[in-house]
Ligand binder design. Structure first.
Ligand code: ADP
Ligand code: MG
Length: 225
């Protein structure tokens, strides 16, 4: 059974003359241990696809099935429980709480949910991301790239089974971007997660097992390594 499955999923925004078919009839599946890239131009439907997979946005038609659970059959409370338990989001707008230090952002997650990384794993993650010295800082003290790396730490800390990353390397220099892809790859392989990364940067697709292209709401498998 696939970890993640989309069956006949579409998404339409607006109606009449302002109608946009952001996602056309889409079938998709992903297995555990797979690192998948979605590439495509701006406005092609990549973020729509990712937010539908994560249950943050409901499809206009079709089904999203995560670990055998059909999201459309669940109510909002049940969906948010699945999001909390199974999904780690690394979104474009960094999801940091402005009035908490870096260390407290992660401490808060520990209160909300069990099954997070143990202290030694967290220390390693801080080190891998190069944010060990930022623990006492607040989001407003951080650069865009640092905020992005803290957001990545937050997403990985909860040991999700599905990691969804929307342009996670957008405000990083090339070396940092490669390091983040290495990290996502080792998380995916060591913990047997399913990771989907949206990116503009085709240099990063070499790290991925499969590369899909999104064009005008149509998803096509482009490469399989
Ligand atoms: P990408 O992430 O590839 O840049 P998006 O998924 O954000 O693309 O957007 C796909 C299309 O859907 C675009 O034409 C965008 O304008 C439209 N769209 C996305 N979100 C909304 C929304 N909430 N309301 C109306 N149109 C939207
Ligand atoms: Mg986008």
């Amino acid at each position: 059974m696939s970890v993640l499955q989309l069956v006949g999923v579409t998404k339409t925004f607006g109606s009449g003359r302002t109608k946009v078919e952001a996602l056309k009839n889409t079938d998709f599946h992903a297995e555990s241990g797979e690192l998948i890239a979605i590439i495509g131009p701006s406005g092609s439907g990549k973020s729509t696809f990712l937010t539908i997979i994560g249950g943050l946005l409901s499809p206009s038609e079709g089904d999203v099935i995560i670990n055998g659970q059909n999201l459309s059959a669940l109510n909002e409370k049940q969906r948010s429980r699945i999001r909390l338990k199974e999904i780690g989001f690394i979104l474009q707008a960094s999801n940091l709480v402005p009035f908490l230090s870096v260390a407290d952002q992660l401490r808060l997650l520990n209160k909300v949910k069990k099954g997070n990384m143990v202290q030694a794993e967290l220390e390693q993650l801080y080190e891998d991301l190069g944010i060990g010295d930022l623990r006492t800082k607040y989001p407003s003290d951080l650069s865009g790239g640092e905020r992005q790396r803290v957001a990545i730490a937050k997403a990985l800390f909860s040991n999700p089974s599905v990691i969804l990353a929307d342009e996670p390397t957008a405000s990083l220099d090339s070396d940092r971007a490669y390091e983040v892809m290495e990290l996502l790859k080792s998380e995916t392989k060591n913990k047997n997660t399913t990771t989907i990364v949206v990116t503009h940067d085709i240099r990063l697709t070499g790290y991925c097992d499969k590369v899909y292209n999104m064009t005008d709401g149509v998803l096509t498998l482009q490469e399989e390594h």
